[in-house]
Ligand binder design. Structure first.
Ligand code: PMT
Length: 402
């Protein structure tokens, strides 16, 4: 599967003869499973028609801030376009467009969109050989690189001027190859499968009541996002939560009770490379669930509880290749309790968080954790955002398994 699959690719076309090659480029992106939108400079429409690119991309093509011919014209929002993009590629990028990208000379929609982009931007320059070698162009390319953009080097060959040399836009296949390799390099977890649990479980008492806990799901969703950002395919089994996964590489399976979470985890565990259990699973559930709402009668009400299966322990007992990570939420004897859980549940790593630490645990956006591995190595981290803790955990797993 191509890493470009499901990516939103924004193609910026400026006015060079190589613009005709963008028809093939759009086709290659679509074939790889990406969604493509195109923004053109006005002059580039003399080299390739918007109709060609809109037909191939299956999306309208934008070339001005609004349609002057249309009295009901709507504003083509460059910020919206830029934020939609996972990747922006400017191809061909002429000397004029490169210079405007450096100076921020924002007199067309393409430059305004580029200046609004927060995603990685790739630039495929195209011009005649002397223009390509000119100090002005070199200055533009160096400045754009220093801004964090990636240059896809021009290729050598016959040029539109009839001269031969360096300056031809990279062939569409080579552009796709360059972007694919670059994204794969940023994706050490490509093709790795993660199974992650998050949130609380609700154990029904009657049709309207349950036994639950304060887990918000934030920690588990951040871990899923951190793994997916690095290319992992993630199955996220979550108890009831308001959290939403933004990455398309995350398949969220909502569950309610510990029993449901157990079933789904066992279904996906065999194909997982890494399993991370951050859910706060109820240890007990009511023995009987009342069919009707329990009426208020006596001064006391006794509910008999029975033990739930320990999901993590059951997976530890059958694990083969899987790297198994548990969480431990403790209130006392933290390190000793966490170490005991590593043994009992056959874990490779445990993430300890203590309710003794301010800013750690349930609901909040921060956490303070200690990593303890199966050899007893301990690493205590300061209070951080849950996003930063998730990144640290994924980095630790990568260090260990790759
Ligand atoms: O969701 P948030 O609001 O962001 O809060 C995050 C968190 C505090 C819930 C999270 O950081 C955390 O600590 N999760 C584990 C909570 C917990 O249940 O800890 P435990 O020590 O009781 O369980 C140990 C491990 O066994 C955990 O990995 C747990 O998922 C797992 N377990 C426990 C019981 C059970 N029946 N099955 C399990 O798999």
């Amino acid at each position: 599967m191509s890493i470009l699959r499901d990516k939103n690719i924004l193609l910026g076309v400026s006015a060079g003869i190589a613009a005709y090659k963008t028809a093939s480029l759009v086709r290659l992106f679509i074939k790889a499973g990406a969604q493509v939108q195109v923004v053109m400079t006005p002059a580039s429409k003399d080299f390739v028609t918007p109709l060609t690119l809109s037909t191939l991309s299956k999306n309208p093509v934008f070339s001005s801030f609004y349609d002057e011919q249309d009295e009901n014209a709507v504003w083509n929002n460059h910020v919206e376009l830029a934020l939609w993009a996972d990747i922006m590629i400017i191809a061909p990028a002429t000397a004029n467009t490169l210079a405007k990208m450096v100076s921020g000379d924002c007199d067309n929609l393409l430059i305004a969109t580029y200046l609004s982009a927060k995603c990685p931007v790739y630039i495929a320059p195209a011009m005649d050989l002397d223009m390509y070698k000119h100090p002005s162009t070199i200055h533009s390319l160096q400045s754009l690189t220093s801004f964090g953009n990636l240059i896809i080097p021009a290729e050598s060959g016959e040029l539109a001027s009839g001269l031969s040399g360096e300056g031809r836009m990279a062939e569409p296949e080579n552009i796709v190859d360059f972007i694919t390799k670059d994204l794969e390099g940023q994706s050490p977890l490509l093709n790795k499968k993660f199974l992650i649990t998050a949130g609380p479980t609700y154990e029904a008492i009657d049709p309207v009541r349950f036994i639950g806990n304060h887990s918000s799901g934030k920690m588990g969703f951040e871990i899923a996002e951190a793994a997916a950002r690095l290319g992992a395919q993630v199955v996220l089994v979550s108890g009831p939560t308001n959290c939403k996964a933004s990455d398309t590489l995350i398949k969220v399976i909502p569950v309610v009770s510990a029993e449901e979470m157990y079933m789904v985890c066992h279904q996906y565990f065999y194909e997982a490379d890494v399993m991370i259990a951050s859910a706060a699973v109820a240890d007990y559930r009511p023995k009987n669930i009342a069919d009707q709402k329990i009426k208020k009668q006596e001064e006391t009400l006794n509910i008999e509880l029975i033990k739930n299966k320990d999901i993590l322990q059951s997976l530890g007992a059958i694990k083969e290749k899987q790297f198994l990570v548990g969480f431990a939420l403790e209130t006392e004897n933290e390190i000793a309790n966490a170490k005991a859980k590593i043994k009992k549940k056959n874990l490779d790593l445990i993430v300890l968080n203590s309710l003794q630490d301010a800013g750690a645990g349930f609901g909040v956006d921060t956490n303070k954790v200690t990593f303890i591995d199966k050899d007893g190595q301990i690493e205590t981290l300061p209070l951080k955002s849950k996003e930063a803790v998730a990144n640290d955990l994924i980095a630790k797993i990568i260090d260990t398994i790759l």
